[in-house]
Design a protein around this ligand. Structure first.
Ligand SMILES: NC(=O)c1ccc[n+]([C@@H]2O[C@H](COP(=O)([O-])OP(=O)(O)OC[C@H]3O[C@@H](n4cnc5c(N)ncnc54)[C@H](OP(=O)(O)O)[C@@H]3O)[C@@H](O)[C@H]2O)c1
Length: 333
């Protein structure tokens, strides 16, 4: 028997914890090609909310589903020869203590501890930041990189990787406290509170040489404002649009495609899986930077499966600092 979180009703507008419910379910048995996993950690991602808006790069979340999510856990029983009991695995799962996963969607993990790093710096967050910045942004030393949702799970790594590569890193985040933390603790050159003042003016002051790369996690009005300050031949890395996920009336930049034409910008979207063939290099580089102190790992771990809905609702409202995840069970021995 294990607990699971159901999405009872899909939100129209703002997601709340009341859209979810908790229930007990009998332990499922894996069929052929399936694996029963005991969940240790669930990654809480802004994308979880985007999946409720319809099919994207993956299937949509539907009302009545056990909530979908990326998990790290331990194999309990396997119906596939590639996995055996005791293996540590990651992959597409559900918000549940016991999950049946398709073996094709699972990957074995190395013995690295803590396993939370497989969700943060060596997992989705770190790889998204790395592939987006390095693979799409193509940074050169001395360039200015601006990142939005800078204090979030992807953003903290984008800024720190930019610094490790010799760039100037400027973050955009909600609140003076988060901004001070980005510069004082994580080594960003500057950080701007988008809720506080005049983003356009403050960005201009923080980027005296203009913006070469904008790593866009939020879309909407912030994207519009940053586009005005892009340099010629600048690159806009389109990673996500969290400002739109809870919105009922989407807002978008009004300066498109005009500024892309005039400034010869390249705007390119990506999904982290597009760069799977570069994962080993990403993990090696990120591990090296963590070891030599150039990249700090900030994890925001919420205890208990029952708190997963509030963890996602809070993330969309900016309650997290660094990579948010939910601990469902202790790390395997
Ligand atoms: N392309 C890919 O493969 C891929 C993979 C993973 C994630 N992503 C994308 O990366 C982005 C970050 O996701 P995440 O899961 O790492 O979440 P996160 O950055 O840890 O958390 C989301 C952050 O967004 C900020 N935010 C919320 N509403 C906002 C608004 N209206 N305007 C500006 N900022 C707002 C909040 O911080 P503040 O306090 O600063 O507002 C919040 O902390 C998302 O767009 C997600 O879809 C893409």
């Amino acid at each position: 028997m294990g607990r699971q979180v159901i999405i009872q009703e899909l939100p129209k507008g703002e997601l709340t914890a009341e859209h979810f419910s908790l229930q007990d379910a009998p332990t499922p048995a894996p069929g052929e090609g399936e694996v029963l996993v005991r969940t240790c950690l669930i990654s809480i991602d802004a994308a979880n909310r985007a999946w409720m808006q319809g099919a994207t790069y993956r299937e949509a979340v539907k009302a009545g589903d056990v909530m979908h999510g990326y998990i790290v856990g331990e194999v309990i029983r396997s119906g596939d020869p590639a996995f055996k009991a005791g293996d540590l695995v990651e992959g597409e799962g559900r918000w549940a203590e016991e999950v049946i996963c398709s073996a094709r969607g699972l990957q074995k993990l190395p013995a690295h501890r803590p396993i939370s790093h497989q969700v943060s710096v060596l997992g989705i967050a770190g790889k998204t930041a790395y592939h987006g910045l390095v693979g799409v942004g193509l940074p050169k030393p001395g360039e200015t990189v601006v990142v939005s949702a800078a204090a979030g799970s992807v953003g903290i790594f984008v800024g720190q990787i930019a610094k490790a590569l010799g760039c100037r890193a400027v973050g955009i985040a909600g609140g003076a406290e988060k901004c001070a933390w980005l510069t004082e603790e994580l080594g960003f050159d500057a950080a701007i509170d988008y809720r506080g003042g005049n983003l356009f003016r403050e960005l201009k002051a923080a980027c005296p040489d203009g913006v070469d790369i904008y790593f866009d996690n939020v879309g909407g009005e912030i994207l519009e404002t940053v586009l005005f300050q892009m340099n010629m031949k600048g690159r806009v890395v389109c990673c996500g649009a969290v400002s739109q996920y809870n919105a009922t009336a989407p807002t978008g930049p009004r300066n498109l495609p005009g500024l892309v034409v005039v400034k010869r910008l390249r705007m390119e979207g990506f999904i982290v899986m597009d760069f799977e063939d570069q994962d080993a290099k990403a993990v090696a580089d990120l591990s090296g930077w963590v070891k030599d102190g150039q990249v700090k790992v900030v994890e925001d771990i919420v205890e208990g499966l029952e708190n997963a809905p509030a963890a996602l609702v809070g993330l969309l409202a900016g309650a997290n600092r660094g990579k948010r995840m939910v601990r469902v069970a202790p790390d395997p021995a």
